[in-house]
Design a protein around this ligand. Structure first.
Ligand SMILES: [Zn+2]
Length: 377
């Protein structure tokens, strides 16, 4: 545990990340990681376009025998909306299936945005609605677990559906993700554990859940790490890392071309995600996700450090709105605001307090590194 406060001299990451380290210039490990590692696979330039052209040609070639070449996720947020637009305009021959998960928390705006996007771009949409009673039970279990990452039930459901629909049903080989270094190159591991760990998800539900999960899909370690990538040869590609992706410019384009409407902040297309990121994390854990997002924008050259510091002057949530948001969340989860407040006051836990596949995952990634080194000999 660090006892003194320090903030990076280049970005705005600080000692609220318990694992942060600084060099003699006061630059943090995240900034150094971006410069030394991430830059090698980040091409926001003409070289990126050349690479993306080749990747897309390969995707189309591999998709010949199926109904679709690739799948994308549509949350209604900027990144995924812009990705859909960019792929449609740059690669009109690409046959895209969009998947959307309705976990019960979509804002009306998100629904509006998704409907407009698929209509304007003529993209087929598969929407999967998660059984609300099961989702609610799982989300309450997560709140009671006192873990930082409360988006696990929604995120896990997205990937489980992606595998089921895209790979098992349509035989699609490529997932084109809106994930990108321009806005997400920095995110401390300590701020949120892997949503894909089905062992942990089921252990938490077993301990705190009250009903059986009959239809909620999970993806276990073997299927996720071996079956889908090696047997089904399913790959994830992040096209926006091969693109001069600028968030503000992207927003301007989707507003103009897709009639997209703004939510205000990142990932606030889901009411629950908004509560979790702007209230649960900063109030309970001291983690302000804006800090990681703004730092990513600084290292991407899309914002100055001073601009980021100005944003952070404001609190992460709107004090005038938080009570009504809490009422909404509590009501939807069938608990009282007092119960929600009582949950907030319980001691925080980390993923190490519950069973997980963390050790297995570490061993597997060391094995993969070993094999790739051995192959390079
Ligand atoms: Zn930094």
């Amino acid at each position: 545990m660090k006892t003194h406060y320090q903030i990076c001299s280049h970005c705005v990451m600080d000692t609220t990340d318990p694992d942060i380290t600084f060099d003699e210039q006061g630059v943090c490990n995240h900034c150094r990681h971006v410069e030394n590692v991430i830059r090698k696979s980040w091409f926001p330039n003409p070289e990126g376009k050349r690479r993306l052209d080749q990747i897309v040609a390969r995707i189309i070639e591999d998709g010949k025998s199926g109904e679709y070449d690739c799948v994308i996720g549509l949350s209604g947020g900027v990144d995924s909306s812009y990705l859909a637009y960019m792929l449609r305009t740059e690669y009109p021959q690409l046959r895209i299936l969009a998947i959307h998960i309705d976990g019960g928390w979509n804002s009306e705006l998100a629904v509006h945005n998704i409907e407009h996007i698929v209509k304007r771009l003529s993209i087929d949409l598969h929407t999967e609605v998660i059984n609300w009673e099961e989702m609610k039970d799982l989300q309450l279990a997560y709140l009671k677990s006192q873990l930082a990452n409360q988006d696990v039930p929604q995120d896990h459901a997205f990937f489980a559906t992606l595998y089921k629909v895209a790979v098992d049903h349509f035989g699609i080989r490529y997932f084109l993700s809106g994930g990108n270094y321009a806005t997400e190159s920095i995110l401390p591991a300590a701020w949120g554990y892997n949503a894909m760990d089905a062992k942990q998800l089921l252990a938490i539900h077993k301990r705190f859940g009250t009903i059986r999960l009959k239809t909620y899909e999970t993806v276990g370690f073997f299927k996720r790490k071996i079956y889908y990538p090696y047997i089904k040869k399913f790959k994830m590609i992040r096209p926006l890392n091969f693109w001069p992706y600028d968030k503000e410019e992207a927003k301007r384009i989707i507003v103009e071309k897709l009639d997209w409407r703004d939510y205000g902040d990142k990932h606030h297309e889901s009411i629950f995600t908004k509560f979790f990121q702007s209230y649960w994390l900063p109030e309970k854990f001291g983690y302000d996700k804006r800090r990681a997002h703004l730092s990513s924008m600084i290292v991407a050259g899309q914002m100055t450090r001073q601009e980021a510091l100005n944003v952070l002057e404001k609190p992460p949530y709107n004090a005038g709105e938080i009570e009504s948001e809490k009422e909404f969340i509590a009501k939807k989860l069938s608990i009282s605001v007092e119960e929600l407040n009582a949950i907030m006051l319980q001691p925080n836990k980390t993923f190490r307090d519950y069973p997980s596949d963390y050790a297995l995952e570490q061993r597997f990634s060391r094995l993969k590194q070993y094999i790739s080194k051995w192959r390079q000999r």
